[in-house]
Design a protein. Structure first.
Length: 252
């Protein structure tokens, strides 16, 4: 750790803390953390323990200021290195006391991340222009239930479904190149019947005896196209644009 906070050796009372608890070998161990820092550490945004822990001591009860005994640490963790033990508790702690203020900040941080994902990956269906992060966040703040324990990508998909009831929005199309050999036209046409797509361009290469379709599809169709390409003798699928958008933003 980069710094250590000295505390009385017998007892310490801390206020305004987030407490992470961990049970092992029939005993409870606790660490006292700065509010708003535990989630940052678990997300990999903060790596300096001195910025996360209010003190590097291990407790049996933070609220009473009771420190864990060295022999109990040795028995439970196989070491009395309190910094190493603190890392274990931070990463695996099964109970986290979070204040209303910290919980609200977690929700706002998660909401901002979701809104950023939406703004980067979705567009207005008529103009193909993206929304701004603030526009998306404004709509989500009304009734969308943020879940701080759920993966951002999963919540992004849930948020898109929610937003569709409030504003015109859809996931931006992907632009792909599907290459196939001459003679496989019928197989390609048959496969594309089940894949909603927009054909942008078709070209033929006499030198390689192959043809290329430039397509735009919903991202959910990528796997189906990839499977189609794998069934072709000389099939090859390439992503040309991950997100297809037009310049400018949507005006609400």
């Amino acid at each position: 750790m980069s710094r250590q906070i000295n505390q009385p050796i017998n007892q310490v009372r801390l206020t305004n803390v987030a407490v992470v608890r961990f049970n092992r070998s029939g005993r409870r161990f606790e660490i006292a953390c700065y509010r708003n820092k535990v989630m940052d550490y678990r997300a990999g945004l903060e790596t300096d323990l001195s910025e996360v822990l209010q003190t590097d001591r291990i407790f049996t009860n933070v609220s009473k200021g009771e420190f864990a005994k060295t022999k109990d640490l040795e028995k439970a963790f196989g070491t009395h290195d309190e910094e190493a033990i603190a890392k274990i508790i931070l990463e695996q702690g099964n109970s986290l006391q979070v204040s209303d203020l910290e919980r609200n900040q977690q929700i706002q941080n998660t909401l901002s991340q979701i809104a950023t994902w939406v703004a980067n990956n979705c567009v207005h269906p008529d103009t193909c222009r993206p929304y701004t992060v603030s526009q998306i966040k404004h709509v989500l703040q009304k009734n969308y239930a943020v879940q701080t324990h759920k993966a951002i990508k999963r919540q992004y998909l849930d948020a898109v479904k929610f937003l569709k009831d409030a504003i015109p929005i859809e996931r931006a199309k992907m632009e792909l190149s599907l290459q196939y050999a001459r003679g496989e036209e019928s197989m390609v046409e048959e496969g594309l019947k089940d894949i909603p797509h927009r054909l942008i361009k078709e070209s033929n290469d006499s030198a390689t005896q192959s043809s290329v379709f430039i397509l735009q599809v919903d991202p959910s169709m990528y796997r189906a196209l990839d499977e189609l390409a794998s069934r072709l003798q000389s099939g090859k699928l390439e992503i040309l644009q991950q997100v297809v958008t037009q310049q400018g933003n949507v005006e609400l």
